[in-house]
Design a protein around this ligand. Structure first.
Ligand code: FAD
Length: 392
């Protein structure tokens, strides 16, 4: 019969890989995508939803286009991988055989990473670092803050999904509060001494949200943090603060199925840069956030870029089609205030050891309002482009 590819996880990496393999092989490969949710809510632009710039419906995408494009979409959880038998077991029962398996399950949280917090506390103190209901919950809590209240964030240690994500979120929360609750405060406890696009964010925070944001980095005890979800308190370097909203973003690791498949080493799955195959098994590939690949940040743009390289390589391995040398790119845009967009990005190539950065760029401080607006508009074009690339 036809060669079989199974893709686990229909996000930035998995949806792209499934779509490209089905499209480019023109029916020569059987592609099955396993994804539990019927609607994928992007994390990208979810901060803009918090800020009131986007609606929740702008973030949701269904899998109908993939099905129409020839992908067999199975709405279920993958619960185990048998690498000897080459099968994936589903929560709903049964198993799916594969010749090549692509895992793009995103992230899970490291247990015990933030003292006082675990998954049972995610309603009192949302992470909003997986898309959909968590993002809506955080937005509802933001809107319900009392006048002059306090919004706290516990930022994650490296490496984690979307390096500028927490700081874009702080910006968008401040944007919302400035309009709706201008005497409110934001405190950020951060275990890192510095963060992505820091100079750009800090310039913007001073310009647009003067005095509202108190960022407490590692040097000031930001890593010495615990929370009490019942009392709604945050303790930073021994000082207890009563807060109204607490966004806890814990340390991350590869989505659990990567660990169950036995392809992780520590928190992430090491892969070969040329095709995203795992170091543990040449027939199992890991894309996106779950992979440990080298220099690329964990982003939707990166996952999509890696997926295209992987799709080309998997198709080549199964059908003998031409395989092109691996090239990757990434750009991460962030919105600081209305029409004040900034970006950081790079191109990459595959070396024997890793995905290696070739060339990069970053927005400058002090840029004109016109340039910042153009940068934001570019990000809107990117969002439309990547979601079409993922879902057809
Ligand atoms: P995901 O897109 O998370 O997809 C994983 C999928 O796997 C999910 O749909 C999940 O349901 C499924 N899954 C998990 N386990 C299983 C299982 N056992 N069985 C079946 N399915 C499973 N990136 C950008 O490029 N630009 C941005 O502006 C940007 N902004 C962001 C802002 C925020 C607030 C956050 C949190 C992230 C942002 N990102 C951004 C990062 C981006 O969302 C991720 O890097 C990207 O989604 C990673 O793709 P992925 O395929 O690895 O995982």
């Amino acid at each position: 019969g036809k060669p079989r590819v199974v893709v686990v996880g229909g996000g930035a990496g998995g949806a792209t890989a499934a779509r490209y393999i089905a499209k480019d092989s023109k029916g020569a490969i059987d592609v099955t995508l396993i994804e539990p949710t019927r609607m994928y809510y992007t994390c990208f632009f979810s901060n803009l939803y918090l800020g009131g710039v986007k609606e929740i419906d702008d973030l949701g995408h269904s899998y109908g286009g993939l099905a129409a494009g020839g992908v067999n979409v199975v709405h279920d959880w993958a619960v185990a991988v048998d690498r000897d038998a080459k099968t994936v077991s589903l929560a709903g029962g049964g198993s799916v055989p594969y010749d090549k398996l692509i895992l793009s399950p995103g992230i899970d949280f490291v247990e015990g990473a933030v003292e006082g917090w675990d998954l049972s506390a995610q309603n009192a103190m949302p992470h909003a670092y997986k898309g959909g209901s968590q993002t809506e919950l955080l937005k509802a809590q933001l809107a319900a803050m009392p006048e002059g209240g306090t919004f706290a964030m516990v930022a994650p240690p490296n490496p984690y999904r979307c390096p500028p994500g927490p700081y874009e979120r702080v910006s968008m929360v401040a944007h919302y509060l400035k309009a709706n609750n201008p005497t409110a405060k934001i405190i950020v406890a951060d275990p890192k001494p510095k963060f992505s696009k820091m100079a750009l964010f800090q310039e913007g925070w001073g310009e647009h949200y003067d005095g509202m944001i108190d960022w407490i980095g590692e040097d000031f005890g930001g890593g010495e943090v615990s929370v009490d979800p019942n009392a709604m308190t945050v303790t930073i370097d021994g000082e207890v603060t009563k807060v109204d909203v607490c966004n806890v973003i814990p340390a991350m690791k590869a989505g659990r199925i990567a660990e169950l498949a036995g392809v992780t080493d520590g928190n992430w799955a090491p892969v070969n840069a040329a095709d995203m195959s795992t170091k543990a098994d040449a027939d199992v590939y890991v894309l996106g956030d779950a992979s440990s690949q080298g220099d690329m940040p964990k982003s939707g743009f990166s996952a999509n870029s890696q997926a295209k390289v992987c799709a080309n390589a998997v198709r080549g391995a199964l059908t003998g089609s031409k395989v092109f040398p691996a090239k990757f790119s990434n750009t991460c845009w962030s919105l600081i205030d209305t029409n004040d967009g900034v970006k950081v990005g790079a191109t990459y190539e595959a070396t024997d050891e890793k995905i290696a950065k070739v060339d990069g760029f970053i927005s400058a401080t002090g840029e004109s309002a016109e340039l910042r607006k153009a940068t934001y508009e570019e990000s809107e074009g990117w969002y439309a482009g990547i979601t079409a690339d993922m879902f057809g």
